[in-house]
Design a protein around this ligand. Structure first.
Ligand code: NAG
Length: 294
């Protein structure tokens, strides 16, 4: 019996819903320039941010969001990128803000980029981790994602988890759960600290330094500015009527495969972890003690 076009359509729609197919948007559907518009160029699917001795550049999402997954594909500055930092992050506003950061620390030609991640909760950061990558991030586009639900925040590179921050409110440790967050990216000069501890300075004869972006995806709960934070938090929490995909039980913890990937990244690529920096934190941060037992 031939499968009718209708059956195929039903199958395809059902399948798309099941796997939650996300299509990436054009830059200006989701984002707008936030700094130095003349150092930012976009043509349809591709965006370029430029840093020179006059200015860096940046963009931000038009809306704020709670929970879900945000992804961009980035091709980092090629050749000499020493002294430059390219950042991709989510942040809320105010003095007790929350923030989830990817910071890509440039390097001299041929030397490896480092990825620094950090997490601010209620205005407090100091949770840096650094790792090298298992590929050259300046040769091709790779996807960088932040996944966030009520249970954890996960940083992913090409869908491999590189960092997990678990909700441990039951141990009295605050978790970012009530503030809508914008999505941001920028490139700037940070040669006082970024490369080899600040020893290598930006060589402006190699400017402009260009980071390229495509594949913008935000699959999250949108929080209109006209709605109070509390009401947005309520709207974005799964309830009887509405269950968001990021609250599915299978996403409440990493699966076995992802846990192994994270262990592999930590064992082979981690160069710094605030949790083991006893010079900086003579008393191990509480969340690190608990993370260890997971
Ligand atoms: C830059 O390269 C040096 C030498 O390979 C390395 O020690 C350092 O971790 C790299 N990354 C940064 C951001 O300094």
């Amino acid at each position: 019996m031939a499968v009718s076009a209708f059956q195929m359509l039903v199958f395809f729609v059902g399948f798309s819903l099941m796997v939650g197919l996300v299509s990436s948007a054009k830059f200006d559907e989701l984002f707008q320039p936030s700094w130095a518009q003349d150092h930012l160029a976009y043509e349809g699917l591709l965006l370029r941010l430029k840093l020179d001795s006059y200015s860096g550049a940046g963009f931000q999402s038009k809306s704020k969001y709670m929970f879900g997954k945000v992804t961009v594909q980035i091709k980092l500055v090629e050749g000499d990128s020493a002294g430059t930092v390219t950042a991709f992050y989510m942040s809320s506003e105010g003095t007790n803000h929350n923030e989830f950061d990817f910071e890509f620390l440039g390097n001299t030609t041929g030397e490896p980029y480092l990825v620094q991640t950090n997490l601010y909760v209620n205005g407090v950061g100091n949770r840096e981790q650094r790792l090298s990558l298992w590929f050259d991030p300046t040769k091709d586009f790779h996807s960088y994602s932040i996944f966030w639900n009520q249970r954890h925040v996960v940083f992913l590179v090409d869908d491999t988890p590189i960092r997990l921050h678990t909700n441990m409110e039951n141990k009295g440790i605050p978790f970012p759960r009530t503030q809508p967050m914008g999505v941001y990216s920028s490139i700037w000069n940070a040669d006082d600290w970024a490369t080899q501890g600040g020893r290598v300075k930006t060589d402006w004869s190699h400017a402009p330094f260009v980071a390229s972006y495509k594949g913008f995806e935000i699959n999250a709960c949108e929080c209109p500015a006209s709605i109070a934070a509390d009401d947005n938090a309520k709207k974005c929490s799964s309830s009887g009527e509405e269950r968001y995909w990021w609250d599915e039980p299978t996403l409440s913890a990493l699966n076995v495969h992802q846990s192994h990937q994270l262990l592999w990244v930590r064992a082979n690529h981690m160069t710094y972890d605030y949790c083991s920096d006893t010079a900086r934190f003579p008393a191990t941060p509480l969340e690190c003690l608990h993370h260890r037992h997971q």
